[in-house]
Design a protein around this ligand. Structure first.
Ligand code: SF4
Length: 273
């Protein structure tokens, strides 16, 4: 990545020509520090965040794979870790009972997958969650995103966690012209970029802050740039806010012009009456 960021309009022109290149500047890094501070103040509370063990994080990420309904998920998670607090208990679990627990999430077939996961953890990893990417990816039903999330949130590994929301954030923050890839967790370019802006020693705080920002502020269809801690640095935020300011100024000028014309008409009527 090369060439420094200039004004949003200059970058927009270059982006339209398909020439945008990004360099991570000190300004970006300071903004990311602000994001981490914002994340501490605005962290969402979930049971899998407060009592974090590798197994709990793995279970939570597994359940999170296919649902955004956090309240339904929280309940299923609570019931699941109460019934199976360890991999060996998950390996011995009754499938029907597991099905009953995950049913509200809409994927009962996952019950068998969970049990298989417990069995593999017990037989191949001494009842522990492995702490390396390759072994995690070899677990049943664990893909790139989940494996990376476990490494970051359970083991504090310095590894970026890029899902569709975070990919969208990176595109917005840096004004990337390329389309968001279908499987962002596998995008080397996005992972490298996320790793580049990750503050040293704060990888899981950074990843949590990004997830929370994307859930509450940098939302898919209507990002709330006005209240975003990154609004002064983010390419898209600056563009959106300056467009909004210009529109407000145009509206104000139009209103003043209308008032002036009305005053002129009144004066002319008075002069000719
Ligand atoms: S300024 Fe807007 S587009 Fe940029 S990160 Fe914040 S909410 Fe997203």
């Amino acid at each position: 990545m090369s060439a420094a960021l200039k004004s949003p309009s200059a970058i927009k022109k270059r982006r339209n020509r398909g020439e945008l290149h990004v360099v991570v500047t000190q300004k970006h890094r300071r903004a990311i520090q602000k994001l981490v501070a914002w994340g501490k103040q605005n962290a969402r509370t979930f049971p899998w965040r407060s009592r974090r063990t590798a197994f709990r994080v793995l279970i939570a990420e597994k359940l999170l794979q296919q649902t955004a309904a956090r309240n339904v998920l929280t309940e299923a998670y609570r019931r699941l870790v109460a019934y199976c607090p360890t991999p060996s208990q998950l390996a011995r679990a009754d499938v029907q009972r597991l099905q009953h627990i995950v049913e509200p999430l809409g994927f009962i077939y996952r019950a068998k997958e969970l049990k298989r996961l417990g069995k593999v953890l017990t037989s191949e990893h001494n009842g522990r969650v492995p702490a390396d990417l390759r072994s995690l990816l070899n677990l049943p039903g664990i893909g790139d995103y989940t494996a990376r999330a476990v490494l970051s949130f359970a083991f504090g590994a310095r590894i970026p966690v890029v899902d569709t929301n975070i990919a969208r954030f990176l595109h917005r923050f840096f004004g990337l012209a390329s389309p968001i890839p279908a499987n962002p967790a596998r995008s080397t370019a996005l992972s490298k970029l996320a790793a580049e802006i990750m503050p040293p020693g704060k990888s899981s705080a950074f990843n949590f802050a990004l997830l929370d920002l994307c859930a509450a502020v940098c939302t898919p269809s209507a990002p709330k740039c006005e209240i975003c801690p990154l609004k002064n640095t983010c390419f898209t935020g600056r563009l959106r806010l300056s467009t909004k300011r210009n529109q407000l100024q145009r509206n104000r000028i139009e209103r003043l012009r209308g008032e002036l014309n009305a005053a002129r008409s009144r004066r002319n009527r008075r002069l000719h009456s």
